[in-house]
Design a protein around this ligand. Sequence first.
Ligand code: SAH
Length: 402
Amino acid sequence: MTVVHQHNARQQGELLPISDQDKDDCLRSSSAVHKQNILDLDRAALETWVMAMGEKRFRATQLMKWVHQLGEIDFQQMNNLSKNFRNQLEQTAVVQNLQVASDQRATDGTRKWLLQLDDGNLIETVFIPEDDRGTLCVSSQVGCALDCSFCATGRQGFNRNLTAGEIISQVWLAKRLLDETIPDEEKGSVYKITNVVMMGMGEPLLNFDNVVTAVRIMMDDFAYGLSKRRVTVSTAGVVPAMDRLADILDMRLAVSLHATDDALRNELVPLNKKYPLKELIAACHRFVDKQKSRYRITFEYVLLAGINDQPEHARELIHLLRGLPVLINLIPFNPFEGSGYKTSLPSVIKRFSEIINQAGITTVVRKTRGKDIDAACGQLAGKIRDRSRRSRRFEQPRFGMR
Ligand code: SAH
């Protein structure tokens, strides 16, 4: 029997049988002519690509505007490009978007899209309208390898990285779908994308190059034009990648902390065994020092009842983050079936945030949005096609109630 490797650093050596469907797909794709997906290219790459076709550099920005700002996918409609170039584009390129498998709307206006990739895998993207902003929560991987114990995405295991085009397609599609459907009763909220957070499925910094390309497109004035203040990459703490990111992009960083001592963090965020708190916090200091904008780092902290939500944890948090420009985002745990954790009581959350606020640190308790459509943090499950052994293992609840 033929076997294939899963692309998963943590599950190296785990072999999966290849299905007949996969074999068919391989045969079909090998006979197809490979076309360049324009969504995969940031401005620099697009310039190189158009110049290799004998065109002037500025054709790249024209093309970017057509595709990202105007949403045009038919090259023949791009009427400021020469007929010859349009024909060339038609033969060699494509604007390949994801398929919308479902489009759900919560009572609070939150939208969740289940998007299907070429290989049948499904990912999720969420839009959260607020009074003063509209935030798109974007996925970076199919599943996640990090296996954080309180996160639904981790339960399904890891399948693969998204391409830059698959990441930016989430923004492309959301922009169009939002424009089409702004219901009257939601006119009070901002219904366009003003902010992007890489807080969907996956660990963005383990898909570094594709995430950086996609973020560059988000911030490009010829594409989505979001300011660096409005694009946030969230990481569980991949220390070397945080250093690399600080070197090449000025933007906002969020760090998923969740615990103030290594023993507990090892349990909640197993990546901590590789990059323990001391190294993570040192990397945060380096990140701020290197960034021109010196934005505060957002620390995300999921409150799990009886586990990390006591006053002493709040005091340890203050101590740990001393000297760093920070903003703390407290996230009440969003439950999902078989998680084994409980949400902290509102009074406990209030006490926790008061202790931190009193120390002069800005603290926000994140509102749970999109509850009725499972769109909240940590509830994005999507569906991966080649279910790994790990995900089957987790079909049974792993943790007892604590
Ligand atoms: N891997 C990245 C991106 C995921 S972002 C990271 O860890 O930062 C999603 C955020 O939601 C993270 O802060 C994550 O810890 C948090 N989260 C995951 N599961 C959750 C849950 N069940 N309830 C509340 N927050 C959760």
